[in-house]
Design a protein around this ligand. Structure first.
Ligand code: NAP
Length: 422
């Protein structure tokens, strides 16, 4: 593919796939979107830290700046939010990293984040939530948090099938539901907005499979399917049923144990084969309290899109907030890393936002490339910097005696720590 408004690093090579396996050169081209709002601060800071850690472990990533959101409008024209070149660069190079992108509320264009995940079929949004030494937390025992959430990324109410109040379309849908489908529940008179919530067998099963495989590969004990199937029986409930089918039918019992009746019965007494991963179901509302009250009982969580969005933010708060919560989207031999947080417009352009979440998202990307030692170095350097009390405003306001650094000063500090540790 030839690019018009994007510079392709000439000295980099592409990540490719051969016989289903990722082939990673030492100098991979990695597309990067710095992002909207605080993306202009945390994007360059994270890139600097990632480059430093990669070099310190003998790698040489070649960053390819691509554009979305405001930076795309500036470069391509006022009505271009997500240029084809950006989507194609990520598709072609298989791995990429992005900062946050703003989505207007109520009107305007649809989420660019959701568009990227759907267009590239990045079906699993994975968010590891773990405690870093020195980070302030509202919890008594934040170190008990070590969960990985797998959020379905392509369907549910995020599919974007909705109709605006007052339009001809919404009235057509209302008529269809009331007259042809004989719906006799509550739909109030007057203007109404309507939406559809697709949950498919394909989307549910591949997500749960991904979560179970992760649990097996990473020696985790349990996968919890989190849904609201008591109310939304044929969507959320079906997600749970399909998920349990994967656990029950696709793995040997001594490897994966599908816990029967886990929605209503405690599993303490259940006889589970030694070393098997247990797969259970929990209702989403109750899960939000258990996550806080019985944190250490949960391990890997798999859930539909909206639940995953809420639960992973809440989990992030338990270990110190959105400024440090990383994530990545995965598809078939593809990875697009991105932090959990958004563009925090009121903090934008002030060199104050915390780049840790984006840096740790880069760690996930590097580990996907097989650069585990680079990932460990990043984590150690971040942890050591925070433990020394040198932090950005969001953590400084919670730690007595801490030194408040700007985004760029904090990134410099981590780079120095990388030099010391390497
Ligand atoms: P947000 O951008 O995540 O920010 C909410 C608050 O979280 C901020 O005001 C700030 O709290 C704190 N925060 C977030 N990131 C931080 C960081 N790196 N360092 C320090 N503090 C941080 O959520 P939002 O305000 O609801 O959303 C703003 C925009 O972002 C919306 O357009 C939304 O659609 C978009 N968004 C994008 C993504 C994405 O790109 N994947 C994800 C979520 C939201 P304090 O005010 O307390 O300092």
């Amino acid at each position: 593919m030839s690019y018009d408004k994007v510079e392709v690093p000439e000295d980099g090579e592409k990540v490719t796939v051969e016989d289903g396996e990722l082939q990673v050169p030492g100098n991979p081209v990695i597309p990067i979107i710095h992002g909207d709002g605080i993306g202009q601060d945390v994007g360059p800071a994270a890139q600097q830290v990632l480059q430093k850690a990669a070099e310190a472990t003998g790698r040489d990533p070649k960053w390819m700046r691509v554009y979305a959101g405001q930076s795309a409008r500036d470069r391509y024209g006022e009505d271009v939010n997500l240029p084809d070149e950006t989507v194609e660069a990520i598709r072609e190079h298989r791995v990429a990293i992005k900062g946050p992108l703003t989505t207007p509320v109520g009107a305007g264009y649809r989420s660019l984040n959701v568009a990227l995940r759907q267009t590239l079929d990045l079906y699993a949004n994975v968010r590891p939530t773990y405690y870093l030494d020195g980070v302030p937390s509202p919890m008594k025992a934040p170190e008990e948090m070590d969960m990985v959430t797998f959020r379905e990324n392509t369907e549910d109410v995020y599919a974007g099938i909705e109709w605006e109040a007052g339009t001809e379309e919404v009235e057509k849908v209302r008529e269809f539901v009331e007259d042809e489908m004989d719906f006799d529940g509550v739909m109030h008179e007057g203007p109404i907005g309507l939406g559809l919530k697709p949950i498919s067998e394909k989307g549910s099963k591949r997500l749960v499979r991904e979560a179970i495989d992760y649990a097996i590969e990473n020696d985790r004990d349990k996968v919890t399917l989190v849904h609201k199937g008591n109310i939304m029986k044929f969507t959320e409930g079906q997600f749970g049923t399909w998920g349990m089918e994967v656990a029950d039918e696709e793995y040997p019992d001594d490897e994966v144990f599908a816990a029967p009746d886990s929605l209503w019965e405690e599993q303490d007494e259940v006889d589970i084969p030694e070393d098997a991963v247990m797969v259970e179901e929990r209702l989403a509302d109750a899960m939000l309290q258990w996550m806080q009250l019985r944190t250490d009982e949960f391990d890997v969580l798999a859930m539909p899109n909206l639940n995953g969005d809420y639960l992973s933010d809440a989990a992030g708060a338990q270990i110190g907030g959105l400024g440090i919560a990383p994530g990545a989207n995965f598809g078939e031999n593809r990875c697009l890393a991105e932090p959990v947080h958004g563009s925090a417009p009121k903090r934008a352009g002030q060199d104050m936002a915390n780049p840790t979440a984006l840096i740790l998202s880069g760690r996930l990307l590097f580990e996907y490339l097989g650069w585990d030692d680079t990932g460990t170095l990043i984590r150690d350097a971040v942890e050591e910097t925070i433990s020394s009390g040198k932090v950005t405003y969001d953590l400084e306001r919670q730690i007595e005696g801490a030194e408040k650094l700007g985004t760029s000063e904090y990134a410099d500090e981590i780079c120095e720590t990388i030099e010391e540790l390497a």
